[in-house]
Design a binder for this molecule. Structure first.
Ligand code: BGC
Length: 718
């Protein structure tokens, strides 16, 4: 469903004609609290939206109040529904590792449905920032490092959030964020400066926004960061030339929290009033929370610094969304309806399916996993093994930690009656006592098998939670080393919101599961995987570096003129776990990659295929990945880029063929002149199980193919 609402012009004209300037400005104002002042704005009809509070009764009362005001226009009610609302789903990074787009769409749809039952009609998601720096805490909120896959996930999440297939509650608009380049913060420090070339902007950061807009996103959130000298929320170039003209976005832009006002700190606005002038004229329609539009916009229009037309255009964009969502007809919710929807059994079942698909098996020496349910004496160690809150990750909305099944509870409920499960905290997340550590080490020495659940607290990722050291926090790591010294049978379960540096662990621990932060059904999903009721199928959507000094490290980098000489004196250059990596309890064997032709014309297509055999007695799913390298082009191209994937479910000893249709569109890139085009020449096409796969074929594109005209401001003749 598109939430842009271009078809309501007549109603909007009528409304606009009856509005005072103050009322119009009110539509641009969004506050993040609801006290006496905001209440008075509602009573006068001088506010357009509110955020970050909800509850069906409260929202209904406020909506009723505004509909009885002199300017009866329903409010947008925004909230950060990032990975579930009442039902806690895995963090978005975890979900992305499932490579299961329909299921990702489904969890978004459920989240929107649950939120809307509480009156939320504007969801500040999906976060579609391509994240290449694991120090940045918000990698947890996105779909990883790849623009192609990130775009597919962005579109799936927008479709899910805006599915709106219910009639009795307000519909929801998605708000893809943070436009643009927010994840490129230097040093991974949240909010910091970003240096992004126009080429990288178009290749890496814009595609997921374009996909989200094409999927019908009703609003977009502009970001805090300075993009090569242009703070995004005050940049006419980024908001008008790129977002509107180039990407075709027609809805309103909501600024991130007070980010127009921050133009003063950035040094592009003299004071708050100046920031309002720049913000509105640049295309930032809704000001989140600062109140400066409320204070100065009317006066600026009076003084002619902002034209009446520009104000009307901004209001129109906002009203279109309100009409598209049907808010004028239906914006009431009741606690009864909400209670019937929140965490209903099918939502929890979907959460569990998503959670198990999100888990990535990183190492499994000697087929240590799956564990036997008759495990004898099983020691479970780690604070996180029994922490309900941490499994919920960042942005917890209305989820409740009481609903979370912890890893310990999941394990206890799955083992056979004669298995003895002993639990030891061992250490806190950041520190611990010698006494607890000693007890855990003794317990581990006695146990047949040890499961250690280690990693990050929920507050260690998400907004403004950057880290410079990416190891498992030292207290937990010390414990792990001591446990490994007394018992060789250790399974390490990681609970964390970002890639960690795990070189010691990879060398010394026989089995490692990356479980991220899995939400409500964490323990059940983990037990499914630990005991073999579910064969892990997740694949990494972000590179795991060996150490922090390798960052930035991502698979689709450009090669250098001396690729063989690129090195560190003191560390390998390769990552610890590459993009696309993940193991299974099955063993998959790839046949040779082949193609039905070696030449491709403008209208043509070539089938590239590979046979995969499950050479084991366990059914399992393999994610076959297709990568393409443009061997020679007018500008340098990445060493390889993901262009397709297929999930194959293979029964024991079954073989199946993954067939990919390669078209010229898959060979295209944004040229220096801004055209999206494929240039004739040779391309290397690889297929395999992760981004390091080497087997492939060579294709010749015989003629140029242009897919899109030049970007705004680019010289068409260049
Ligand atoms: C975050 C956004 C969020 C907004 C509203 C900001 O601090 O950067 O992602 O949507 O707050 O809560």
């Amino acid at each position: 469903m598109r939430c842009v609402g271009l078809e309501f012009e007549e109603q909007i004209n009528r409304l606009l004609a009856g509005m005072t300037r103050r009322q119009k400005v009110g539509q641009l104002v969004q506050y993040g609290s609801f006290r006496e002042y905001e209440r008075s704005l509602v009573d006068k009809g001088e506010i357009g939206s509110l955020l970050n509070f909800c509850g069906s009764t409260l929202v209904s009362d406020i909506q009723k109040a505004i509909m009885h005001s002199p300017n009866p226009i329903p409010l947008l009610i925004g909230d950060d529904v990032i990975h579930g609302y009442a039902t806690g789903f895995p963090i978005p990074l975890a979900e992305s590792c499932s490579f299961d787009l329909p299921l990702i769409e489904e969890t978004a749809a459920i989240a929107a449905r649950e939120a809307s039952a509480d009156g939320v009609n504007m969801i500040f998601a999906p976060m579609v920032d391509i994240a290449r720096d694991p120090r940045w805490g918000r990698v947890a909120e996105g779909a990883g490092e790849d623009p192609y896959y990130g775009s597919l996930v962005a579109a799936a999440r927008v479709r899910g959030l805006q599915r709106n297939d219910w009639d009795d509650r307000p519909h929801v608009t998605a708000c893809p964020k943070h436009y643009i380049g927010y994840s490129a913060a230097e040093g991974g420090r949240d909010y910091d400066y970003t240096e992004i070339s126009e080429q990288t902007l178009r290749e890496v950061y814009l595609p997921p926004f374009e996909a989200a807009i094409q999927a019908g996103a009703g609003t977009v959130m502009s970001s805090f960061n300075d993009v090569s000298g242009h703070p995004a929320s005050l940049s006419h170039h980024l908001l008008e030339d790129v977002l509107r003209k180039e990407l075709g976005f027609e809805g309103p832009v909501v600024t991130d929290w007070e980010s127009v006002q921050q133009g003063v700190a950035h040094g592009v606005a003299a004071d708050d009033k100046d920031a309002v002038r720049i913000g509105i004229n640049s295309g930032a329609e809704i000001d989140m929370n600062s109140g400066i539009y409320d204070l100065y916009a009317e006066q600026l229009v009076q003084e002619g610094a902002i034209s009446e037309e520009r104000l009307d255009e901004a209001v129109r964009r906002i009203l279109r969304v309100k009409f598209a969502l049907g808010l004028f007809e239906q914006n009431q919710t009741t606690p009864e309806k909400a209670a019937a929807i929140h965490r209903c059994p099918s939502h929890v079942e979907t959460a569990r399916q998503m959670a198990r698909e999100s888990i990535v098996l990183l190492k499994n020496d000697g087929a240590m996993l799956p564990l036997d349910k008759k495990a004898g004496r099983l020691a479970v160690i780690g604070f996180l093994a029994d922490s309900q809150g941490d499994a919920l990750g960042c942005w917890q909305c209305k989820t409740k930690k009481e609903n979370v099944v912890t890893p310990l509870a999941g394990i206890r409920s799955r083992v056979s009656p004669d298995t003895q499960v002993e639990y030891y905290i061992g250490s806190g997340i950041l520190d611990g006592s010698e006494e607890e550590a000693e007890k855990a080490v003794e317990g581990a020495a006695r146990a047949d098998t040890v499961v250690m659940v280690l990693g990050e607290a929920c507050w260690m990722s998400g907004e403004n939670n950057s880290r410079a050291h990416l190891g498992i926090p030292p207290a937990q790591q010390r414990l792990l080393r001591r446990v490994c010294a007394v018992n060789p049978r250790v399974v390490l379960v990681l609970m964390n919101g970002r890639p960690l540096t795990l070189t010691w662990e990879q060398e010394h621990v026989p089995a490692i599961l990356e479980s991220w932060q899995l939400g409500d059904t964490c323990g059940d999903a983990l037990a499914d995987v630990l005991f073999g009721d579910y064969n892990p199928s997740g694949r990494l959507t972000i590179t795991f570096p060996r150490c922090e000094g390798q960052i930035p490290l991502y698979y689709n980098r450009r090669t250098s003129g001396r690729p063989e000489l690129i090195r560190y004196l003191d560390e390998e250059t390769a990552p610890l776990y590459p993009f696309g990596y993940g193991l299974s309890y099955s063993r998959f064997v790839y046949g040779p990659v082949s193609a039905d032709a070696d030449r491709l014309a403008a209208e043509g297509a070539v089938q590239v295929s590979v046979t995969v055999t499950n050479d084991s007695a366990v059914a399992g799913e393999e994610t076959v990945q297709l990568y393409i390298r443009d061997e020679t082009a007018s500008i340098t191209r990445p060493a390889r880029e993901l262009k397709g994937f297929q999930k194959l479910l293979l029964q024991p000893h079954e073989s199946r063929r993954a067939v990919f249709t390669v078209t010229p569109a898959m060979l295209a890139f944004v040229r220096a002149d801004g055209r999206l085009a494929a240039e004739p020449g040779y391309f290397r096409v690889y297929a395999g199980s992760d981004s390091t796969c080497e087997d492939g074929v060579r294709l010749l594109l015989t003629e140029p193919v242009q897919l899109k005209p030049p970007a705004a401001g680019k010289d068409a003749n260049a």
